[in-house]
Structures are given as C-alpha cells and as structure tokens.
Design a protein around this ligand. Structure first.
Ligand SMILES: Nc1ncnc2c1ncn2[C@@H]1O[C@H](COP(=O)(O)OP(=O)(O)OP(=O)(O)O)[C@@H](O)[C@H]1O
Ligand SMILES: [Mg+2]
Length: 280
C-alpha cells in the first residue's frame, strides 16, 4: 500500500460532513429540548412559542442592563420557515460579584435551600455560592412568573428557564419593546384605566398571599393600553415573611406616589387596606 492510499480515503467513504455544533455568528441551536420539561412554560402554551428541534436562537442585542440582570433580545426561529419565528426577552442573571445591587436578606427569609452543599456555599460566599445565588434568583423569578401567569395575572408568558437565563414573552407596543410605565405620560382616561389594571393585578397577587416586593412604575411595562408587571424574583409571602407587610406597604406607596404625581390622587393607606383585606 502506498502512502497515498492511506491518506486519501476511498471516495465511497467520503460524505458531506456538517458538525452538529452551534451554527456560529452568536447563534445557538434552540435550547428548548435541552431543558427539563419542568423548565418549560405552563400549558396551554401560546401558539407563538417555537418548540421545533430545528430552531436556532440568535441574539439580536441587549435591551437593557439592570442592577442584577441583563435583558437581551433573542430570536428563536426555524430557518426558512417564516411561520416559526419569535423574538423573546432573555433575562440573564449575573452572579453576585457582577451586581451593583444586592437584594436584602429580608426577601428570602423563610425560603429554604434544599441542598446542604448549596446552603453552605451560599453562607460562605464562595464562587459556587455566588453562582447558586444567581441561579436561585432566576429560579425564584421563574416560579413566580409561572404561578402568576397560571392565576391569570398580567405578567409576560414564561417560556423556559435554563440555569440563570429566563426566556419570556417580549412585551411590545406597536412592534417595539414596550416602555416602562415611568416613561409614559398617559392622558387622564388612560391613567384611570392603568390604575384599575394595576389595582386588579395587586389584588390578584394579594389573593395569592404575595406582594410584588419591588413594585414601582419602573417594573411595569405599558403595552399600549395594557399594563404588564415584570421583575418578579423578590415576590414575598405577605403572611409567612415577617417583613411581608412592609414590602406590601412600600409597593402601595410607590404606586400611589406615581399616580398622584401624574394627576390622579391615590391614597396609599386605602390601597394597602384593600390589599390586606384581599390577602386574608
Ligand atoms: N418581558 C419583557 N418585555 C419587554 N421588556 C422587558 C421585559 N423584561 C424586561 N424588560 C426590559 O428590561 C428592563 C430590566 O428588566 P427587569 O426589571 O426584569 O430587570 P432588573 O435587573 O431588575 O432591572 P432593573 O435593575 O432596571 O430593575 C425592564 O425595565 C424593561 O425595560
Ligand atoms: Mg427592574
């Protein structure tokens, strides 16, 4: 056998090879089927959710850098199938080292970490501990979003969670990402309509026994005439958490102050009393 025979394969064994690897250009194959079923959003699923194994995820850019997470625009689409294409919001939590803001331990009081290695790492503040904390906040937001969605409350549809990344419905207005309520100056009629919606959302939460815990016009999106509440990882149990009532009161104060400043007076004490009544 000559050297040539060994290096040049018989053409009958040659075939076109495509690596089953991410497509490159910042895209990846859809992670939908990689995540456990429990890490996928609740059923019935909205029909815009792309579940095909052939889908590719492409990052379209950053939407917003927040205090503890960055939100990206992510397209999930089946190449050459315009019917299967959606742009979602991908919220990625940073580990504690890369945050500019640390949630107070008061939020997590009463919550438990099941794995003792994780609990020890959290307590010691090791690198593993910081990663666990980022995953825990993502997990807490995921659970809250699913629960609130199932209860019919106005939150983005939770598509999937993969470690520290949550994919969710992108809330839009006229095809572009919706502004925060704080950036809007609604006409009087719309302002009343917004207040009704926010009150209803807060009562819905109270009926589940929870307060948002960081509610303000910065964590509510205005999708045309519809409001959507976001940023849920710190949702607190108003009964079991010793500080639950304080968080509920603070939510009421923020909401009342914003509407009052926009010309629709809201009494924070009355709002609080209504919500406490709904919670018990
Ligand atoms: N589902 C969504 N649809 C549209 N925009 C979104 C969505 N989720 C988040 N955003 C945008 O990203 C911003 C940050 O999201 P979020 O409040 O959940 O994260 P955060 O880290 O707490 O940010 P911040 O520190 O600004 O509060 C929001 O204010 C909003 O502008
Ligand atoms: Mg926020």
């Amino acid at each position: 056998m000559s050297t040539d025979d060994r290096t040049t394969p018989d053409p009958r064994f040659a075939f076109d090879f495509h690596a089953y690897d991410d497509p490159g250009d910042g895209s990846r194959f859809s992670t939908w089927l990689q995540v456990e079923p429990l890490c996928r959003g609740p059923e019935p699923r909205p029909d815009w959710v792309v579940t095909s194994q052939a889908a590719v995820d492409t990052e379209l850019g950053i939407l917003k850098t927040g205090k503890e997470a960055d939100v990206f625009l992510l397209e999930r689409a089946v190449p050459d199938d315009p019917g299967q294409s959606v742009v979602m919001a991908a919220k990625r939590y940073r580990d504690e080292q890369h945050r500019s803001f640390h949630r107070s331990a008061a939020y997590t009081e009463g919550r438990r970490t099941r794995r003792s290695r994780d609990a020890r790492a959290l307590a010691k503040g090791t690198a593993h501990g910081r990663a666990v904390a980022a995953g825990a906040w993502a997990g807490a937001e995921w659970e809250a979003m699913k629960r609130f969605w199932d209860a019919g409350l106005p939150v983005p549809y939770p598509v999937q969670i993969d470690g520290t990344e949550i994919l969710m419905e992108l809330v839009t207005d006229d095809g572009v990402p919706a502004p925060r309520l704080a950036q809007t100056r609604p006409e009087p009629d719309l302002l009343v309509c917004y207040l009704d919606q926010l009150r209803a959302a807060m009562s819905g939460l109270a009926r589940l026994g929870v307060a948002h815990g960081d509610l303000s016009a910065y964590n509510v999106l205005a999708a045309g005439d519809r409001l959507v509440v976001i940023d849920l990882p710190q949702a607190v149990d108003v009964v079991a958490n010793p500080a639950g009532m304080d968080f509920l009161m603070r939510d009421c104060r923020n909401v009342a102050a914003w509407f009052t400043a926009r010309g629709l007076p809201v009494d924070e004490g009355e709002l609080f009393a209504d919500l406490v009544a709904a919670a018990f």
